[in-house]
Design a protein around this ligand. Sequence first.
Ligand code: GLU
Length: 318
Amino acid sequence: MSRGRYAPSPTGDLHLGNARTALVAWWRSRGAGSSFVMRVEDLDEPRTVPAAVPGNLDELRWLGIDWDEGPDVGGAHAPYRQSQRHALYERALAELADREAVFECYLSRRELRELSSAPHGATPVYGEQERRRNRLVRERKRAQGKRPALRLQAEETELRFHDALHGEVVFEAASEVGDVVLRRADGAWAYQFAVVVDDLEMGIEEVVRGDDLLHSTAAQLLVYRALRREPPAFMHVPLLLDESGERLAKRRGSLTLSALRSSGVTAAKVVGLLAATLGFLERPEPLEAAEFLSIASLDQLRREPHALTPEELRWLGL
Ligand code: GLU
């Protein structure tokens, strides 16, 4: 039994890569006869597209994915939109603050960049040097009325988890993850924190998501440790790439479910294509979601990213 979830961020239309991960998550729960939860991760208000909230759910349902609990059907852990779950995040934060695991960080993004030796664009690891700098500027910034971000002080430890596809994954907390932001200076809850609080509260047993989030999982393990709770099991699915090996950005209009659907491509064609890209079929053929469940297998699931082939694009009429 493996109660699972899919957690779309409604920042636009879902693309084929999102649909592929959603199908895998759904299979891991449904294939084991377990319940499946749909949770909308709409914490990032400026990036949330209101129409994408019902839109994403409609796109997933069109594919044949169903869920027992979610924003549109309710359930024992309602509400299922993160924007409506602030009280839970407050409570978990208070628990961590009571244990003195949380501290106020007044460093701006620019100051952090200046301190960091991380290559441009990479997220700098917040460590001893940053803590020291923060202690130096804290009083002055407080007096100026600056609002702090809240960070979880990282333990010096090895973060280790078993991934159903990647096997043993190990990160060094202090050098590779650092002090995780729980709440941003503008008051917004951080993804890393909200997702842990939600996966715990919703009783999720296995988290399935793209393997671009492996490093996020390490950050989340620090949150589980701080909350003194056991993390769920994890499966990080290698990504689907476009024909030139680039990540499928949501802006790539032709590869969204809504564009495919309105150009007349059937859900069965999409599911069949995704099954082929996952390694469950030799080549695309029309497949109902229920048939997907019966052919999906952990042994066959590809361990590497898959770039769409010209044949696969032709299958979609592209
Ligand atoms: N909301 C995240 C996304 O759409 C997924 C997070 C997760 O599955 O943990 O990328």
